[in-house]
Design a protein around this ligand. Structure first.
Ligand code: GDP
Ligand code: MG
Length: 357
């Protein structure tokens, strides 16, 4: 899973990146060069339990990759070919983390978070609109030349243009946002988005909460959006401490866990992801999956052979497994179920795929 951190210059993107990853990177690349990439392991007590019980050769958690993408919005945009380079980083992103400044900076005016928020949202819509308009020209010419197979794309481009001209992000209409032929364009306003208020640690919680609410009100009716907040500066420091010290400092800030875990949970909710587990004597592994997906989809995530040769899935919920205390116990208690390809996978399912190739 890949998440890109975006926002105005000085909104704290690189600081947020460090708070998530604990990394001490070169940091301030001012919009030039490659984005910082940080990989974070998703902590999961259930995976730890399974690892402890099965003692396989290795345990593999879900990983989240964060990209600190300076240059996307309002930063060094005049760089010519850099536009394409940025786009190439955008394409694989599963979601955007939009950093909104709510701290005083000696180099900048007092924070105007709602205004900044609106500006970035508008810039993304305009950027998408210019892509749509360019593509419309191309497709119109091709259609005139008799390429009839482009007709469906034309219809969808016109729908997209109407939405964007109206200031509506493409994600609002999933049929447009998810249109197959749009995939390569990496439309910004089609991506799921987490709004992250980056607050100075002198800001009272009540003010922060109000701001988060106000942002949510402005995106009412949009699917795949969420909002949260962070004390990025303080948390970037805390992320470098060992766990005991970190806990103490988090307590002082009135937080029960660190930014890394909070934001991962939020991101999973935002993307409607669940986790299922596979277990063998070689490896126990946690896999992310979209809510509502079937056993056959899950098999495909693990291995294409498992999907192609799918026979059935043997499923036990983590909860049942833990309560039974052992594999034998879970079998005796009738907790293993045989499920077919249409079975909807649930969060925490432990699945053994039966397949032949
Ligand atoms: N007081 C305060 N300063 C912050 C916070 N987050 C970032 N900063 C400072 O704001 C400046 C810009 O932050 P940076 O992360 O480089 O912003 P970017 O341009 O969006 O990557 C740096 O001097 C940071 O130390 C915060 O939560 N509180
Ligand atoms: Mg930066």
């Amino acid at each position: 899973m890949q998440l890109g951190i975006i926002g105005l210059p000085g909104s704290g993107k690189s600081t947020v990146f460090r708070a998530f990853t604990g990394g001490v990177t070169a940091g301030d690349h001012r919009g030039y060069g490659e984005p910082n990439v940080g990989v974070v392991t998703v902590e999961d007590d259930r995976l730890d339990f399974l690892n402890h019980y099965h003692k396989p050769k290795k345990a593999t958690a879900v990983h989240v990759e964060y990209l600190d993408i300076a240059g996307l919005i309002g930063e060094g945009k005049e760089g010519g070919a850099r536009g394409d380079a940025i786009l190439s980083h955008m394409r694989p992103l599963d979601a955007l983390v939009h950093c909104v400044r709510f701290f005083d900076s000696p180099r900048l005016d007092p924070p105007q978070p709602l205004k900044d928020f609106g500006r970035v949202e508008e810039e993304m819509i305009l950027s998408d609109l210019s892509v749509v308009e360019k593509r419309l020209e191309r497709v119109t010419i091709d259609l005139k030349r008799g390429r009839k197979e482009m007709a469906d794309e034309l219809t969808m481009l016109e729908r997209a243009r109407a939405l964007l001209q109206d200031g509506t992000p493409l994600r609002t209409v999933p049929e447009v946002a998810g249109f197959e032929k749009f995939r390569g364009f990496a439309f910004l306003s089609a991506k799921p988005e987490l709004f992250l208020v980056n607050a100075g640690d002198n800001k009272p919680r009540a003010e922060i909460d109000t701001l988060v609410e106000e942002i949510l009100q402005r995106v009412t009716g949009q699917p795949y959006v969420a909002a949260d907040w962070i004390y990025a500066d303080a948390e970037a420091e805390i992320a470098r401490l060992d766990p005991d010290d970190a806990r103490e400092f988090l307590n002082d800030l009135g937080l029960s866990e660190g930014a890394k875990n909070r934001i991962i949970k939020k991101s999973f909710e935002l993307l409607r992801l669940i986790v299922f587990f596979t277990v063998s004597d070689k490896e126990v592994r946690a896999w992310p999956l979209n809510r509502g997906k079937t056993a056959l989809d899950a098999a495909g995530v693990v291995h294409t052979d498992m999907q192609r040769g799918f026979i059935r899935a043997e499923v036990v919920s983590f909860e049942d497994f833990m309560n039974a205390g052992s594999t034998v116990g879970a079998h005796k208690g009738g907790k293993f179920r045989l499920e077919g390809r249409e079975y909807e996978v649930q969060d925490g399912d432990i699945i053994l795929f039966r397949f032949n190739v």
